[in-house]
Design a protein around this ligand. Sequence first.
Ligand SMILES: *[C@@H]1O[C@H](CO)[C@@H](O)[C@H](O)[C@H]1NC(C)=O
Ligand SMILES: *[C@@H]1O[C@H](CO)[C@@H](O)[C@H](O)[C@H]1NC(C)=O
Ligand SMILES: *[C@@H]1O[C@H](CO)[C@@H](O)[C@H](O)[C@H]1NC(C)=O
Ligand SMILES: *[C@@H]1O[C@H](CO)[C@@H](O)[C@H](O)[C@H]1NC(C)=O
Ligand SMILES: CC(=O)N[C@H]1CO[C@H](CO)[C@@H](O)[C@@H]1O
Ligand SMILES: CC(=O)N[C@H]1CO[C@H](CO)[C@@H](O)[C@@H]1O
Ligand SMILES: [Ca+2]
Ligand SMILES: [Ca+2]
Length: 574
Amino acid sequence: MLIWKLYYTFLFIIGLTVGEIKNKGWWKNEVFYQVFPRSFMDSNGDGIGDLNGIISKLDHFVDSGITAIWMSPIYSSPMIDSGYDITNFRDVDQIFGTIHDFEKLVQKAKKLGIKIIMDFVPNHTSIKHKWFVKSVNNIGKYKDYYIWHKGRENNTKPPNNWIGVFGGPAWTYNKKRNLWYYHQFDYRQPDLNYRNYKVEIEMKKILHFWLRKGIDGFRIDAVPNLFENDDLLDEPLSNLKGYVDGEYRYHDHIYTTHDSRDYEIVARWRKILDEWANYHNQEEKIVMTEVYTLSFKAVMKYYNYGSHVPFNFDFIISINETLNARQYKNVITRWIANLPSDKSANWVTSNHDTGRSASVDPIRPNIRLILSLILPGISCVYYGDEIGMENNFNITWEQTQDPQACRTDPKTYQKVSRDFSRTPFQWDDTMNAGFSKARKTWLPVHKNYKILNLKNQKFEPESHFKLFKTLVALKKSSETLKSGSLITDTLNNDKVLVVSRQSSNESIVFIVNFSDDVSQNVNLNKYLPGAVRATVIISSVGSNIRWGTSIKVPDVELPPSIMLLLTSITVEST
Ligand SMILES: *[C@@H]1O[C@H](CO)[C@@H](O)[C@H](O)[C@H]1NC(C)=O
Ligand SMILES: *[C@@H]1O[C@H](CO)[C@@H](O)[C@H](O)[C@H]1NC(C)=O
Ligand SMILES: *[C@@H]1O[C@H](CO)[C@@H](O)[C@H](O)[C@H]1NC(C)=O
Ligand SMILES: *[C@@H]1O[C@H](CO)[C@@H](O)[C@H](O)[C@H]1NC(C)=O
Ligand SMILES: CC(=O)N[C@H]1CO[C@H](CO)[C@@H](O)[C@@H]1O
Ligand SMILES: CC(=O)N[C@H]1CO[C@H](CO)[C@@H](O)[C@@H]1O
Ligand SMILES: [Ca+2]
Ligand SMILES: [Ca+2]
């Protein structure tokens, strides 16, 4: 008896100490859905989305087949920069609810099989964060939590020529300390000083705080901005056309972005997550990194420094309505070509800093969404993409919220504002699109909501939402989409894009007519080898080609502008 008891105790101890990371690689073919909490669902009628709103809409994720969401910041914040200016990394802002609501959200989501990923904003805090207040007052260790420096010309000018991302000097003078502090973004978002190891320890404790709450990983904000050059050297001119002094792109940011230490700290954060999952026998925790750059080398390097998902922003930046089939093909193939061989590709449709995916090419509104769901690897979608929500440019100067726009003027704000892709989710055709019972919402609802809304699209036999749902389900079930080969081609003088996935017994092929006035005859023999008929999985919403029908192949007549996703099962001939 005693022997057995000891034996089980021994096994129990082994189980506790020799942990393991469970379900490794669960994210490799995942669809990640970005929730912008302010605009998702308002539960208490103040016109601003909140955590209880998200809880009330968890069934939408279940219905869509979404099993992982990442949320833009919900931390305490004066909301100068939509919550990217944080006063307390360990609490939820009252506009979103309480930490208790957050716990409820995680618990309910877990039950439904939905993973929750938090936005982690390590580069800076709010000017109102107690660390900064103490830093300004020269109190103890907080003195060096931020980047302070004496100015030039007897302290009357900023220490160097660095420009902030939102425009204007990246330095602001503080009377109390009689020094300048550095801020990569708004002057109300002072940068933390990562050369001070104490700051890194603070951040580790914050990661642990949220891991204890049961979250599944972090999306890390503004990674290339973490470290700056130690000697504060002036940055050279970019010589890019169309930019004037004071604008961010007027300079080449070699001393404020892509410091080698940015990579190393991401690797250390990944290690913290791995150790946690390992120690607690939990599923693998994920790291997603936000890195805007035109250099593939710089982005891909993050794969080797712990990032599971270095966001593929090339897929956003390089795609616009002027592209032809060949340019689309290039955007796809160059990511794949640069991808380290053992890593998962990812495709980002849009986010809160870019225009909405459906507005990029109004004639082919779902093209980027479809591609993200059929290409190998991970799809990252933005709230509203699933119903084809469009940019809302009807936001007045008075209604404008984005700090990047607020610092301009009523004539030019539209050029830089990011508000147009942050408007409330369009649930149905009732007041405020069903988003809120308030008289006024924080940003105006797009006026097309009476027609363009989720409720309508659930009723229509073929809609953006049905298309999304169909493809998410296919992505989860199809071995061909998970591990099949990829061919990307253009046909008919770059008028037609072909993206094809093949496994031993199935072919899936996506074809797009980039001509808006001429039908294209395409031969699909190469992509549907031996097939005489193929099934239409989906076609452009509103086209005359019905979903689920069977069409004759390999010769297909593709009407102008139309997109078609076909599948054929290869039947073994006996
Ligand atoms: C520099 O500034 C200080 C404080 O404002 C002032 O007392 C001093 O005269 C200035 N020196 C020069 C050289 O301008
Ligand atoms: C569209 O994208 C292409 C290729 O990425 C680029 O060369 C072109 O300047 C872009 N056009 C517009 C209007 O942004
Ligand atoms: C813009 O919004 C206002 C209400 O804020 C509305 O009256 C007007 O019709 C809208 N105009 C367009 C072009 O959408
Ligand atoms: C294709 O083959 C795989 C493995 O051989 C099998 O699991 C799958 O069900 C087949 N798919 C179809 C559509 O027949
Ligand atoms: C894409 C993204 O999340 N960008 C954010 C980067 O960080 C700045 C400052 O925190 C935000 O304003 C952006 O929205
Ligand atoms: C000229 C033409 O046929 N245009 C069609 C292009 O495709 C869209 C749908 O994707 C149709 O609405 C247009 O009628
Ligand atoms: Ca609310
Ligand atoms: Ca920084």
